[in-house]
Design a protein around this ligand. Sequence first.
Ligand SMILES: [Fe+2]
Length: 279
Amino acid sequence: MSSRPVHIAQISDLHIKAPGSLAYGRVDTAKALEHCVTVLNEFDPAPDFVVISGDLADTPTSEEYQHLERLLAPLKLPFASVPGNHDSRELMRTAYPSSSYASASGPLNQKIEVYGLDLMLLDSSVHGKPHGELEEGTLQWLDAMLAASRDRPALLFLHHPPFKTGIWHMDRQNLLNASELAPILRRHPRVQLVATGHVHRAALTLFAGVPTTICPAPNHAVDLDLAELREPSFKVEPPAFHLHSWFPGQGFGTIVTHQVPIGSFDGPHPFFGLDGKLL
Ligand SMILES: [Fe+2]
């Protein structure tokens, strides 16, 4: 286990299109990612790793992945990604051939060690469908990988949330076989966090006794329509990403998830003057 804090940034749902195209005719997702990369590069301390939790492309096409590669080229931090429902496994393999995928074909699962943390990147995409599902082979691989250690903290990353948010049109396309993931989490208490995306807005719950989050997006957010008033809609809300900070301590240490707004803001300003008194 690391003796120093470890910071894992998570960005999600980039929805990069071909150059010049706007998502839904309205959202400049490329510009949004540029702003996100700027904030990641300037963050001090530099995050130890970045996970992109799906929907890297939008339709998807190889042109979109090439555009994504150009947009991520200025990112100074190591990163890896899982596919979302807007991605293509084959095109992602082509775009990132040196990734440490667990198998030469099929789901793009990866285990990445970052300073004593095990990041388990799970492919929940289902070809041609908006919902998510973990294939039998992925569940078996995850169970085996988690059984390989008893004391290293593990963080799971996948695109589809294994819980309902109350947003009706997203809940019918979440992780449909969440009930098959739950017993694996209960078998392996070293899983300290399940981090997802797909909904473009921050949310937190407990799933199988494990803190489970949804990461906001750098672009548009799914409308928080809990009253089922509208057809599926989005809003351009303040963009953000998650920073999962792990601190050493007893047992598995502690994971704290910070929400980091993307943009430049007034401050920081000191609370206290030179005389030590509140300003
Ligand atoms: Fe998605």
